[in-house]
Structure formats: structure tokens, C-alpha cells
Design a protein around this ligand. Structure first.
Ligand code: SF4
Ligand code: SF4
Length: 136
């Protein structure tokens, strides 16, 4: 698959994952904090710095894409991420659908698409630099 088609597929999967998150609302953002961050903060479990978790980001304190206005990139891996709290809550319909998208993304972009916080451009640049992809 050439890079132009990969770019189209990346956007499609990103939009489909975004639609699922909007439709099922598994992360239950309130005041720009997700359910897991609220639980962690309330329990004093970690992240004492409230600023870090008020911007809608999923799960990091050090990502370079994290700004005071939220994420500034298009990271498919983050859209497909399911944390332990979501595993525990068993949003079955959402879970089944996001897993299908995840498998599709891994078939197209390689398995570690879901393990990285890279934005689209960096990921496609990485592929363009000669990373080996599965045949699709
Ligand atoms: S996947 Fe978990 S940590 Fe990430 S936004 Fe959703 S509830 Fe929060
Ligand atoms: S790329 Fe992922 S980890 Fe980084 S700010 Fe965006 S959503 Fe958060």
C-alpha cells in the first residue's frame, strides 16, 4: 500500500475510533477529566498535579503533544487505547468495536501502532523511511 493510501486509511481509522468514543463515551469526561483520572485523583493514587489531567489527554505526563489546550496531534494509537479502568468496566459493545478497529489498524500499520504516542506525520514518515509493513 503506498503512502497516500496509508494516509487515507489512517484518517479513516482515526475518525471511526473518534466516532466510537463519541457515541459510547466510555471515558466519561467531566470538566475535561476522564473517569480514570478522576478516580486516581480522588484516591490520591498518583498525579498530584491537577494541571496534568485537565486537558483531555489519556495517560501521560510527558508527551510532547500535550498542551494546555489538549492534544495537538492526530495519534491513532491513543484513540485505540483502552486503559485498565475501561477493561474493568466492560463496555462490551464499545470494546468489541474498538478491538475490531485495532486489529485492522495493526494489520495495516504494524502491531506497535497502538503502543506509540506518535502523531500521523511522524508515523507515516517512519514508514516512508523503510519500516517493514505487512502485505495488505
Ligand atoms: S482510556 Fe482510560 S485513561 Fe484513557 S481517557 Fe479513557 S478512561 Fe481515561
Ligand atoms: S498524542 Fe496521545 S499521549 Fe500525547 S497528548 Fe495526544 S492523546 Fe495524549
Amino acid at each position: 500500500m503506498d503512502l497516500e493510501k496509508l494516509s487515507v486509511e489512517y484518517d479513516r481509522l482515526y475518525e471511526e475510533a473518534s466516532d466510537l468514543l463519541n457515541k459510547y463515551n466510555p471515558c466519561q469526561f467531566e470538566g475535561n477529566q476522564c473517569v480514570r483520572n478522576r478516580i486516581d485523583l480522588e484516591s490520591g493514587h498518583f498525579r498530584p498535579d491537577g494541571d496534568v489531567v485537565k486537558n483531555g489527554c489519556c495517560d501521560t505526563t510527558s508527551c510532547s503533544h500535550l498542551t494546555s489546550r489538549g492534544c495537538n496531534t492526530k495519534a491513532l494509537g491513543c484513540k485505540l487505547h483502552i486503559c485498565s479502568e475501561l477493561h474493568r468496566r466492560k463496555h462490551r459493545e464499545f470494546y468489541t468495536k474498538i478491538k475490531l478497529l485495532t486489529r485492522e489498524a495493526q494489520d495495516i500499520f504494524g502491531t506497535w501502532i497502538i503502543q506509540c504516542y506518535w502523531g500521523k506525520k511522524r508515523y507515516l514518515d517512519y514508514l516512508a523511511a523503510g519500516a517493514i509493513l505487512p502485505e495488505v
